[in-house]
Structure formats: C-alpha cells, structure tokens
Design a protein around this ligand. Structure first.
Ligand SMILES: Nc1nc2c(c(=O)[nH]1)N[C@H]1C(S)=C(S)[C@@H](COP(=O)(O)OP(=O)(O)OC[C@H]3O[C@@H](n4cnc5c(=O)[nH]c(N)nc54)[C@H](O)[C@@H]3O)O[C@H]1N2
Ligand SMILES: Nc1nc2c(c(=O)[nH]1)N[C@H]1C(S)=C(S)[C@@H](COP(=O)(O)OP(=O)(O)OC[C@H]3O[C@@H](n4cnc5c(=O)[nH]c(N)nc54)[C@H](O)[C@@H]3O)O[C@H]1N2
Ligand code: SF4
Ligand SMILES: [Mo]
Length: 736
C-alpha cells in the first residue's frame, strides 16, 4: 500500500470555511473528507469541498503562463510572460495614457490567501483612475448602506444564527450557497437547530427553495419589491407601538425621520405590488417584535435588484428598531482573529462619504465608493473617443459570464489593445487575453481567510499549510499583482524590486495600525502575505502586539493548532466600530432616503410580464467549477424554472425548449415546470454558457448551458449604488 499523508486545511471556496482532511497518495489527492475535529466546522462539508483535488489535478488548469498569437497559445517562461505584459501595457500607456487602463477584480479574490491581501497594493501602485469588480454585481448596495449608516463599507452586520430565536431570510438560499455575508458552517443545520429550540425560520423568496423547504414558512414575493415590504414592516412597527431601540437608544440618529418616511407605506398600500397579503405583513412584523431575539437577513436577491440599497438599508432598520442589533441573536458584527485589509478606515472618506466625485465617460454614471457599474465596462471599451479603455487586467474573474449584457462585453474584449488575465483557466473571458498568468492551485498555497471573518458567527480560524509544494520558479499571485501594478505605473521589469515594494506596503500597513515597522519586520518572519498575516493577527483584537500582551495571539500560535482556534461567539462591537462623522448610527441617510420616490413609482406601476431571477446550486461555484466531472453528474441543472400556470399560459411543457427574451437579448433553454416558482416569476441559474470557441474547459463544454446575463440589460440597475439588477428582469417566454 502506498504511504498516505493526511493534511488538514480549510476549503477556500465559500464563506462556510470548512475544515478538510486531505489524503494524499503518490502525490495525488486520494480522498477529501471533513475534519471532524475542526473547531469551527466540526465535520461539515459540501460536495464542492471534496473536489479540490479534481481542480488541482485538472489537466485543463493552467500551470504556466501562456501568450496568444492570433488564435493560438504558446506556453512561455515567466520572464517572457512579464516581458510581453510590459510591452503591451507600456504601449497602451504611451499611446493613450494611464486612464485607458483598468482592471476587473473577480470573486475568488476575496477567498484567495494572497490576492485578497494584495489587491490594494496592485491598485495603489498601478494608479488607475478606476477599476471594476464583481462587487457591483454582488454586494455594493450593502457596502453602501453600511458605509452611510456605520461609516465602514466592509463591517457588514450578520445574523447571529447560532443563537437567534427567529430568522427571516430574504433573497438568500443557503441550501445552495452555504450562506453569504453570513459565515457559519452548516447553515441549513442551524435552521433545524433554531426550530428545535422552539424558534421560527421564515423565507421570503419568489422561489420555494431548498432553504424554504427546511423553514417554517415560505412567503413568496415579487422580485424587486422587498424594500416595499420592509417599509410596510417598519410602518407597522411604528403604528403598533412596537419600536424598541434597546441599549442603542442614545446611539441612533434619524428614528423620527424613518417614522415619517414609512408612514405612507401601510401593508395595504404595498400588498398588491409585493403580492404578500397585508395580514401576512402585519403578522410577520408582530412575530419579529415579539420574539426573544430575531434576525432579519437579506442577501443577493436583495442586492442584485432594482432597489438593492433601499432593501439592504431597511433590513438593518428593522433589526435596529426591534432591539435586534449588536446583541446576541440579532444582527451582529464579527470579531475576527486578524483584521482585514478591507476593514481599515478609508482615508478617502475622512471628511464624510462623497459619491459622484467623477462620472463615467459614456453614460455619465456617478462613481459610488470608487466604482462604476460593471455594466459600464463594455461601453467604455467599445465607444471610441478620448478616454476610451484600451487595456484591461482581469484578476480571478469571468465577466463574460457574470456581467450584465454579457454579449456586448464579450465582443468588446476582443477589441482591446492589451488584455492580461491573472487566472487559472482559459475560459470565456480569458480567451480574449494576450497573456494569461496562472496562480497556484488552492492546494499549493497557504490559506487563512481575510475578509469573510468580518461577518463570521464566531471568532475562530484555522491556518492552512500548502498540501503540495509549487513547481520551482512559480510566483505567488501577490508577486504577480505587484509586478503588474508596477508595470502599469510605468516601471520596467528590470527595475521592479518586488521585495522592496512589499516592504513599502507592509510599512504603510504598520503605520495604519500604529505599529513600529522595524519592530514588526524584526518579529514577523518572511515576506508577502505570510508576514502580513502575522501583523494582522498580532495587532488584531486578540493579538500579542509584538510582545506587549504576551498571552496574545501570533501566527505561530494559531499555526500550532491544526484543527483551529475558537475564541467564542460574536460580541457587541457597535460602539467600538462606528465611524460615522456624527459618532452615531445614521438610521436615515439622505442619500438613501432620497431614492424613495423611485420606489413609489414602482409601487404605482403595474407589471404584467414574467420576471426573471437567478439561482445557484450547491454543485456549482459561480462560473468556474463546471469543469469538475463529479460535480456535473446528474440531471441537467441549467433549466428555466416556471410555474405550471405560466407554462400552460405561454405554451411550454416540461423538458421542452423555450425561447426567453428580454430587452437585452434572447436565448433558448430547457424548461422545468415546477410549483416551486411563484406564478409570474421564472428562474435561470447563473454561471453557465460554456459553448464559446477558444476555451480550454473540456468538461464544462460538454455541459455548456446558457448564460442568463445575455438577458440582463446594462442599464437595469439599483441606480444609487451602481449595482446591477440581474434579478427581476422582464422577459417573454415562448416555445422555441
Ligand atoms: N445573472 C447573474 N449574474 C451574476 C450573479 C447572479 O446571481 N446572477 N451573481 C454575481 C456574483 S454574486 C458574483 S460574485 C459574480 C462572480 O463573477 P466573477 O468573479 O467574474 O466570476 P467567477 O465565475 O467567480 O469567476 C472566477 C474566475 O476566477 C478564476 N479563479 C478561480 N480561482 C482562482 C484563483 O485562486 N486565482 C486566480 N487567479 N483565478 C482563479 C476562474 O478560473 C474564473 O475565471 O457573478 C455575478 N453575476
Ligand atoms: N454552491 C454555490 N455556493 C455559492 C455560490 C455559487 O455559485 N454556488 N456563489 C457564492 C457567491 S459569489 C455568493 S454572492 C453567494 C450568494 O448567496 P445567496 O444570496 O444565498 O444566493 P442564491 O443561492 O443565488 O440565492 C438567492 C435567492 O434570492 C432569490 N431572489 C431573487 N430575486 C429576489 C428578490 O427580488 N427578492 C427576494 N426576496 N428574493 C429574490 C432567488 O430566488 C434565490 O433563491 O453564494 C456563494 N456561494
Ligand atoms: S460548504 Fe463546501 S465549498 Fe463551502 S467551504 Fe465548505 S466544503 Fe468548501
Ligand atoms: Mo458573489
């Protein structure tokens, strides 16, 4: 029998952060199973976590840089790859200036040991006037509401599901996603436990999801109308004398403003719009107020929609007004073992948050928290004129699948003068690149989550060592980012000293947390993200502050516990974290409340067409894990879910092909008739459409599916946050 090594590490794929046991035989992953002794996840795992070995051994995964010549690709050395990057980036900057270069930052950046910690250095060095990210097709409304209410865009309060007595889940399906902006292992098991202890779980969603099936109650709602429902809840709280600020009475500005604003939105006024009976809204409100503790939670369905910011704001308003904020069982802030780079106060906003400091060239969209809508990217590339984008760096992102009006972006990328992708696959997006620079596989890297613990249910973490050593000479992604940033800034490869730039970054971060960089450099070993992580731990809540608190944590102490360290559940932190100019919670930020007339118009408007929403599946991960054979087994998952009444009305049958069209485009997809959809709403999964030529995804190509973002109009937005409304898209369905 071959020798078997067992490695313990954390799965980097989603916010559940499961502890894994990875069994290696003959340099191959033989088995992955849960680490039952991991103090955080205690044996939880999902099907994706068991496939990290498949991704690692996937012959399609890129292991060396490739350079495109016409339609063909050539593997090159790292030196040659960076030389080519220098040539094309410098060419664009010389011809068109630095404002013609931008970057797109994708989702895995937030889960990757070195990308997440070094994206700031890349952007800072590059000095690009603006970047795009998956943030504006994800959580930008929540970033914005948190920035305006509490003064930091990344401190996002999360439901304390391990202790709550009443959980309302709006626009989230942890049965598939495992939870988001809510980090806890086994979220679905937590639903069972809430119910076992006599609590209640309510799901508000146009689809009766797997999560709804496990809950006590499903409340179907028309997509995009959650803000109206939450305003009615707020209205009832005031009208029925249920408002209770608890310990926060001295800490909240704007309560009377909210009372006034909500006064017109009675349950009777919104019931037809939301298609939720007024009596249900009243009962829900009274149940929330009466519960010993309650947490109202909203996720992607409340962000990726027309009124994302109003809905995201009102989620917090309802929790605050029912004394369910910053206390056990309600919404709480995380208390990580290490501070995140993202949690540092943003120096841009020391004088208060300003929005619209600049506008996009083509449609004049205002910048929001430093970003333009992702749906602007295509037009900024394909519209000629001064300031036209000519070069793009994509970092762990696949916007040809994930961005609205995906067809236009796909065409636009083909016209770039320089495109560089830091990515592990040749996929729908990176096939347009001139150079692809692959990162290491997850199993070749250290791991320690940076951002996600900011909303984790417990102060817990596990440090992971690489399972496999990287091949000689392969740079880590932080080095790739540092080099690219310096190249955009105009430096030449020969002059780039990655270690010196890293020292500069480290020194600046030491300054931000008030630590002497010489002390930190002397005591924190190595370079790059490992040294930074030690700083993040030692100067964090529980850290040793480089010897000032000898019992405090260091990276070494955490690394000595292979099953992780757990220092307990969330604790009240609002008073410590508040960074608004007033020093109080701003319950009614004018920038947000000024958007109410737009919602009022929606309430008065009748919508007769079918509305399209997105969904996820536990065996997919956005667009990029469809190349794993074992995850692709079973029945076709890229189907149009439609209610039986709608199906017979439009004349489509189960298993038949339907043509779905919107203002943006059309596609043909297999129909799945199911009463899990509410009438009037249809659902397609996101992350599919792998039939493009020129990719290297042999498994995904066999299960191509369709890209639902071909149907997403570029100008359908939550206008005040710039976030795409990829949910609630009016569509027409006919037999194909
Ligand atoms: N219609 C619709 N559209 C949506 C959504 C929706 O619900 N509906 N959801 C939106 C949301 S929430 C998100 S987050 C976005 C996701 O949008 P993106 O972030 O653009 O897309 P992903 O599919 O996550 O693509 C990840 C890319 O990173 C690469 N990759 C994976 N791991 C690594 C790594 O460790 N290093 C490097 N360098 N590359 C890596 C993959 O090969 C892939 O190219 O999609 C958004 N778009
Ligand atoms: N297995 C798996 N896990 C993932 C991912 C994945 O692709 N696969 N992606 C990860 C990422 S990047 C993210 S951001 C998270 C997202 O995590 P979740 O927010 O849990 O995402 P979904 O599972 O798409 O669930 C969104 C739900 O919102 C509903 N919905 C749509 N529109 C509306 C609306 O207007 N109102 C209401 N009330 N509901 C609406 C949809 O029907 C759907 O059930 O998941 C993460 N985890
Ligand atoms: S739930 Fe699955 S994908 Fe998410 S961390 Fe756990 S094993 Fe990984
Ligand atoms: Mo996301």
């Amino acid at each position: 029998m071959a020798e078997r090594d067992v490695h313990l590490r954390v799965c980097p794929l989603c916010e559940a952060m499961c502890g894994l046991e990875i069994h290696v035989e003959d340099e191959r992953v033989a088995l992955i199973r849960p680490d039952r002794d991991n103090v955080w996840s205690r044996g939880f795992i999902c099907p994706k976590g068991t496939t990290l070995g498949h991704v690692h051994h996937d012959p399609d995964r890129l292991r060396a840089p490739i350079v495109r010549e016409g339609d063909s690709w050539r593997e090159v050395t790292w030196d040659a790859a960076f030389a080519r990057c220098e040539e094309i980036l410098h060419g664009v900057v010389e011809r068109h200036g630095r404002q013609s270069v931008t970057a797109y930052v994708g989702n895995p950046t937030a889960h990757n040991f070195s990308l997440g910690r070094y994206i700031g250095l890349f952007v800072g060095l590059a000095g690009m006037p603006m970047i795009y990210s998956a943030g504006t097709v994800d959580q930008w409304p929540k970033n914005l509401s948190c920035m305006l209410m509490y003064g930091n865009m990344w401190w996002i309060p999360s439901p304390d599901i391990q202790r709550t007595d009443y959980w309302v889940i709006m626009g989230g399906n942890p049965h598939a996603s495992q939870g988001s902006l809510l980090a806890a292992p086994d979220v679905i098991g937590e639903i069972d436990r809430i119910r076992q202890r006599g609590g209640k779980v309510v799901v508000v969603d146009p689809r009766r999801t797997g999560t709804a099936d496990r809950a006590d109650e499903w409340i179907p709602i028309v997509p995009g109308t959650d803000a109206a429902l939450l305003l009615a809840v707020t209205n009832v709280l005031f009208a029925d004398g249920l408002v209770d600020l608890g310990d926060l009475a001295d800490l909240v500005n704007g309560v009377e403003d909210v009372r006034t604003l909500a006064s017109e939105y009675t349950p009777e006024r919104v019931e037809a719009t939301c298609r939720v009976p007024a009596a249900t809204i009243r009962r829900l409100t009274h149940e929330i107020a009466a519960a010993p503790s309650a947490a109202v939670y909203g996720r992607i369905g409340l962000c990726n929609q027309e009124f994302g910011t109003l809905a995201s704001w009102l989620i917090d308003v309802v929790n605050i007004l029912t004394a369910n904020f910053d206390r056990p069982g309600g919404l709480m802030f995380g208390n990580p073992l290490s501070w995140s780079v993202a949690s540092l106060p943003n120096p841009e906003f020391t004088g208060g948050v300003q929005i619209g400091r600049w506008h996009s060239r083509v449609r004049g969209a205002p910048e929001v928290l430093g970003q333009l809508p992702l749906s602007c990217l295509a037009e900024e590339i394909d519209t000629p004129g001064n300031g036209q984008l000519r070069a793009l760096v994509t970092i762990a992102g696949n916007p040809v699948i994930s961005a609205p009006d995906a067809g236009r972006l796909d065409r636009a990328l083909a016209g770039l003068e320089a495109m560089i992708s830091v990515d592990n696959y040749l996929n729908e997006t990176t096939r347009h690149a001139h150079v692809v620079l692959p990162g290491l596989s997850a199993l070749e890297q250290h791991h320690f989550d940076d951002l996600i613990p900011m909303w984790a249910a417990r102060s817990a973490a596990t440090f992971s060592q690489p399972v496999f050593p990287p091949a000689d000479g392969r740079p880590e992604e932080w080095e790739i980012l540092t080099r690219l940033g310096a190249l955009v800034a105009g430096m030449s490869s020969a002059d780039i000293d990655v270690d010196a730039l890293d020292d500069g970054y480290f020194t600046a971060l030491c300054g931000a947390v008030g630590v002497d960089p010489d002390t930190a450099m002397a005591q924190s070993p190595g370079r790059g993200p490992l040294r930074l992580l030690d700083l993040q731990i030692r100067t964090g809540t529980f850290g040793d502050r480089y010897g000032e608190r000898p019992d405090g944590l260091t990276l070494e102490k955490i690394a000595a516990e292979p099953h992780g360290i757990d220092l307990g559940p969330m604790v009240p932190r609002l008073r410590e974290l508040l960074r608004t100019q007033s020093g109080k919670v701003e319950l009614a930020p004018p920038y947000i409340t000024d958007d109410l007339p737009r919602l009022r118009d929606r309430i008065e408007r009748e919508v007769s067409s079918l509305l399209l929403v997105s969904r996820r599946h536990v065996r997919s991960n956005n667009s990029w894990m469809h190349n794993v054979t074992v995850l692709m087994k079973g029945k076709d998952r890229c189907t149009l879910l439609i209610h039986p009444d709608d199906a017979s009305r439009v004349g489509v049958t189960d298993g038949s092909l339907a043509s779905v069209s919107s203002e943006a485009g059309s596609l043909a997809v297999k129909v799945e008739v199911s009463d899990e959809m509410m009438p009037g709403v249809v659902s397609l999964p996101h992350g599919w459409g792998h039939d493009k030529p020129g990719t290297r995804l042999s498994v995904a190509r066999e299960h191509a599916g369709v890209n639902n973002n071909l149907l997403a109009p570029a100008d359908f937005l939550d206008e005040i946050s710039n976030n795409a409304a990829v949910n609630g898209i009016p569509v027409e369905v006919v037999p194909a």
